[in-house]
Ligand binder design. Structure first.
Ligand SMILES: Nc1ncnc2c1ncn2[C@@H]1O[C@H](COP(=O)(O)OP(=O)(O)OP(=O)(O)O)[C@@H](O)[C@H]1O
Ligand SMILES: [Mg+2]
Length: 637
């Protein structure tokens, strides 16, 4: 049973109609006699259907009233009229009525029209419900649903597209804008390849590409879609979902960067091991050449050709020793003494030197005012850092000039920084930047490699930055570089700050100190034993030597008081220096001992103290340093 509102100005017709409708089983909830009253009653009675006469007295005729009822309440209206001129029908059509019955009407006709109208309304309701369900589904999917055509035009796209691209659904639906218009040009070809491949297989594909949003932002999208074809295989449309994967891509990039950095660190480690090995071999050879040459120089007449030759050998060997030092620095095996040093004064001195060697077109700007600049380092190594970074910067600006800027600043590292590989704490940041030609991205990962250079043969060895890298690492710091080709480079060195007073270096006396004490020297290298014996004997000492530590121990045991000092090598095939030291101290606890080590033997001054060793000597040693250490240890007794 449906509730019906009758609207007709003729009471006779409306009465008759009511009777008939009631007989048909409907409920007539009201009878209006004008457009205005029909609107009012529809509002109050909420009928399922309004039967509406068109021509009625009053301001609103049936069509005008139907329009309002439809708009305000969406109740279906069925027109009934005695007039059927074209103009009227045309106007009536505009309100999309559910039917149109001409008076006088047959009962069958009314019955059918009412049923059709009510059925139509029910269909509309169901359609609306189902549409609502799918609209909600589309709206809740965390992606943008679309249907498009092979020519890149879009048929349907959901309104989340605006958040994704800045363009509205309307922009695409009106075909003003094609999807192709916002895609990165470089990505189009690969996208087409994926499409063609999908067409030949199961017609589904996933592709990732970049688009430019309305505000110019670049976004990464992932498109998952299916190609719909007709029975002949002709493409009808493409349907799918678009996802914003910009964050994912950003994270992937970060990960790649971290991995590249890790790889670089690993590569540097392995090159370091190799360089360290070579340096070790070389070091042992120099340990024999240098002191022997020094001894020979003392023995030949001053103005002889032999003296000149020996001087040449000596200076060449010292140069070789420098190269070894560089390699050791790079391999982090540098055992030069670290002490608290203030950075600012050292950097200032270096910059004065740099100033004299660079063209006038390069301006140096410095800001070294920083509260904490004391670090644990070897001052000469700090100079080396500056004297490598600044000339590199100057060379990059040699053609067009520019500004070389050196600054010091304190920074706090709060959390362990994985990328920088530094522990939390207070650091001083040394920045050396230039406005030169910059570094190409293809080579930036290699600039810290030893012997990597882009300079002409003879202009650079490529060791500069690798040495800097080693020095910085040795000081538990880090070095990073940022560069934009054509705009310049920025090198940043972070060094941990220490809170300690800087100590003044003691001046060394000029003449070699002598003595007459008895010394036992142990080293498995025959040539080194020979040269050390010569040096010590020349200084007045009584020397006994052994190339086998077991024999040395036997000798010592047979008369522990025969010696005033024992000097032993660290690494020997039969017994390590550490063991020998322990055995000797077991026999005579107050025996002064000096330990000689190469760079690779991990032992520090603190360690040495714990072992009961009085001093450490690093190979290759010059006669001067060696004799001073011997004298100091003997005097300490
Ligand atoms: N400030 C900079 N601007 C541009 N390129 C640089 C800069 N610093 C270093 N480079 C690049 O890194 C390479 C390696 O530098 P590194 O200091 O290790 O060696 P080098 O300067 O070539 O030679 P050496 O320092 O031994 O004389 C350089 O050849 C250059 O290509
Ligand atoms: Mg250099």
């Amino acid at each position: 049973m449906s509730k019906i509102l009758i609207t007709d100005d003729e009471a006779y017709i409306s009465t008759q109609l009511k009777e008939r409708l009631t007989m048909m089983g409907h409920e007539v909830v009201g009878r209006a006699s004008s457009g205005e009253s029909s609107i009012e009653m529809a509002k109050n009675l909420c009928p399922d259907l309004v039967l509406m006469d068109i021509v009625m007295p009053g301001k609103l005729d049936g069509i005008a009233a139907a329009e309002i009822i439809k708009k305000e309440q969406d109740i279906p209206v069925l027109f009934m009229t005695g007039y059927a001129d074209d103009q009227l029908i045309e106007r009536a059509k505009q309100v999309e009525p559910y039917g149109y019955i001409l008076k006088p009407f047959q009962e069958k006709e009314i019955k059918a029209s009412i049923e059709i109208a009510l059925h139509k309304k029910e269909m509309e309701r169901l359609l609306y419900k189902s549409e609502k369900k799918y609209r909600e589904l589309v709206n809740n999917i965390p992606g943008v649903v679309f249907t498009g055509y092979k020519n890149w035009s879009i048929d349907f796209i959901d309104n989340k597209i605006e958040a994704l691209t800045g363009h509205t659904m309307k922009d695409f639906n009106s075909r003003k804008l094609k999807w192709l218009d916002i895609i990165f040009k470089d990505d189009i070809e690969p996208m087409q390849k994926i499409f063609t491949k999908a067409l030949k297989s199961d017609k589904t594909y996933i592709r990732e590409y970049r688009i430019t949003s309305k505000n110019g932002e670049k976004n990464w999208l992932q498109q998952r879609a299916r190609i719909i074809c007709d029975s002949q295989g002709e493409i009808l449309s493409v349907t799918g979902i678009l996802f914003d994967i910009s964050n994912l891509k950003r994270m992937e990039k970060e990960k790649e960067k971290l991995e590249a950095r890790l790889q670089q660190v690993q590569r540097m480690e392995s090159i370091g091991t190799l360089a360290g090995g070579v340096a070790h071999e070389f070091n042992n050879i120099l340990a024999i050449i240098i002191p022997n040459t020094e001894l020979a120089i003392d023995d030949v007449p001053d103005r002889s050709l032999a003296k000149e030759c020996l001087d040449e050998i000596r200076s060449a060997s010292l140069r070789a020793s420098n190269v070894v030092q560089q390699m050791l620095s790079f391999a982090h095996k540098d055992l030069t003494e670290r002490q608290p040093v203030k950075l600012a004064p050292i950097i200032k001195d270096c910059l004065r030197l740099v100033q004299t060697s660079i063209p006038g077109t390069i301006e140096i700007s410095q800001d070294l005012s920083c509260e904490f600049d004391t670090v644990l380092a070897d001052p000469t190594r700090i100079s080396q850092v500056i004297m490598n970074l600044c000339p590199n910067a100057a060379q990059a600006m040699s053609e067009h000039g520019g500004v070389l800027k050196v600054t010091l600043k304190n920074v706090e590292v709060e959390n362990q920084d994985e990328e920088l590989d530094v522990k939390p704490g207070r650091y001083v940041k040394l920045t050396v930047s230039d406005t030169g030609h910059g570094i190409q991205p293809e080579i930036i990962d290699r600039i810290f490699d030893p012997y990597f250079t882009t300079k002409e043969v003879g202009k650079g060895t490529g060791m500069g930055l690798s040495v800097v890298h080693g020095i910085v690492k040795n000081c538990r710091g880090t070095i990073t570089v940022h560069s934009e080709p054509g705009k310049g480079s920025v090198f940043e060195v972070l060094l941990p700050v220490i809170e300690a007073e800087t100590k003044q270096k003691v001046k060394e006396p000029e003449a070699l100190p002598t003595g007459s004490e008895r010394i036992l020297f142990v080293d498995d290298e025959q040539s080194l034993v020979k040269v050390v014996r010569r040096i010590l004997e020349r200084l007045g000492y009584e020397v006994e030597t052994k190339t086998n530590p077991d024999e040395a121990l036997d000798l010592f045991r047979s008369g522990p008081d025969r010696f005033d000092l024992v000097i032993t090598d660290m690494t020997m095939p039969q017994m390590t220096g550490k063991r020998l030291v322990k055995e000797i101290l077991n026999i005579r606890a107050d025996m002064p001992i000096i330990l000689c080590t190469g760079f690779h033997e991990k032992i520090s001054e603190e360690n040495a103290g714990e072992l009961g060793i009085k001093a450490l000597v690093f190979k290759p040693f010059a006669a001067r340093d060696f004799s001073i250490t011997v004298r100091n240890v003997l005097d300490e007794k």
